[in-house]
Write a protein that binds this ligand. Structure first.
Ligand code: GRG
Length: 287
């Protein structure tokens, strides 16, 4: 994971260079190269390799996923959304560049993501590239990330059921992880059965990701997390520990991990190993 993440960082650095106008490119690079874990790109590459594809074929989509993810973080941190001052251990984009530039930096990253896949996936058959682009688009739009964010905003100050919480996270968090593995399999030449297996795997790790996030929010410090800790408690937000208690939340995380890895049993063990380990990494991450 570390070596793949390093190569993703290099590819991102080369893709978003300090061009004219400098201010927007600086703002894009500030958040994009701020040191995220690169979970989505690595998932994409691992899924491409799972079905026999190689890392270089998956790299344009892997970079696009990180651009989309970074855009969503920049917009999510805005005062009109989640209003956060710290992200990835640094002041948020709007704190450094102003709200206007932060919005534009997000917009530019989102547009570049699609341009980059279309322009750089030259070795892949066009129908697979188009399918990957469609998957990315649906993961971001009004039935994807945007749906999750609007449901989240609308749920503020209301009693949220476990089902509603799950629906928010399936859209806000799991959709992009789903797009990461599905695009990886599409680009790697996989079939529909393989696509559906990894899709189910990603839904489980998406929820797992969020349960762990909620647990970390109440058990770690801001310094350890690189973002404001205890924020969910202060804003009285619906979280898994709040709705089911911390011990049940931990048990739920174990169940999701088991379900995720069950989906991988369909694949050759050695090829599926990175995805097994990524699921364990998500379950045991400390920040
Ligand atoms: C503007 C088209 C458009 C979409 C944006 C703001 C928004 C809609 C969605 C918010 C999505 C969001 C912030 C989801 C949270 C996902 C999540 C768990 C983020 C943390 O991911 P990590 O831990 O972070 O992978 P790093 O920093 O390591 O990359």
């Amino acid at each position: 994971m570390t070596s793949k993440a390093k190569r993703v960082n290099k590819a991102l650095d080369e893709t978003v260079q300090l061009r004219h106008p400098a201010k927007i490119h600086e703002a894009m690079r500030y958040s994009l190269l701020a040191g995220g874990k690169r979970v989505r790109p690595v998932l994409c590459i691992a899924s491409c390799e799972l079905v026999g594809g190689d890392e270089s074929s998956a790299m344009p989509v892997a970079c696009a996923l990180e651009m989309i993810h970074t855009m969503s973080l920049v917009h999510d941190d805005l005062p009109c959304m989640d209003n956060d001052d710290f992200r990835r251990g640094k002041p948020t984009n709007h704190k450094v560049f102003g709200e206007d530039t932060a919005i534009l930096a997000g917009d530019a990253l989102l547009s570049l993501a699609f341009e980059h896949v279309a322009a750089k996936s030259t070795e892949i058959s066009p129908d697979r590239v188009v399918r990957a682009i469609a998957e990315l688009g649906s993961a971001v739009g009004s039935e994807g990330l945007v749906a999750g964010e609007i449901m989240d905003i609308d749920s503020e100050g209301k009693d949220v059921s476990l089902n509603e919480l799950e629906n928010i996270h399936l859209h806000k968090t799991a959709k992009l992880l789903e797009a990461a593995v599905v695009c990886g399999v599409i680009i790697g030449g996989g079939n529909m059965i393989e696509v559906e297996r990894v899709r189910k795997y990603a839904r489980c790790i998406g929820l797992l990701f969020q349960v762990v996030d909620d647990i970390l929010d109440v058990t770690k410090s801001s310094k350890e997390l690189g973002k404001t800790a205890g924020k969910d408690l202060v804003s009285d937000k619906a979280t898994y520990p709040k709705l089911m208690g911390i011990e049940n939340a931990r048990k739920f995380a174990c169940d999701l991990l088991a379900q995720a890895t069950e989906e991988l049993a369909y694949f050759e063990v050695a090829r599926a190993a990175p995805l097994y380990h990524l699921a364990y990494y998500i379950a045991s991450r400390q920040h």
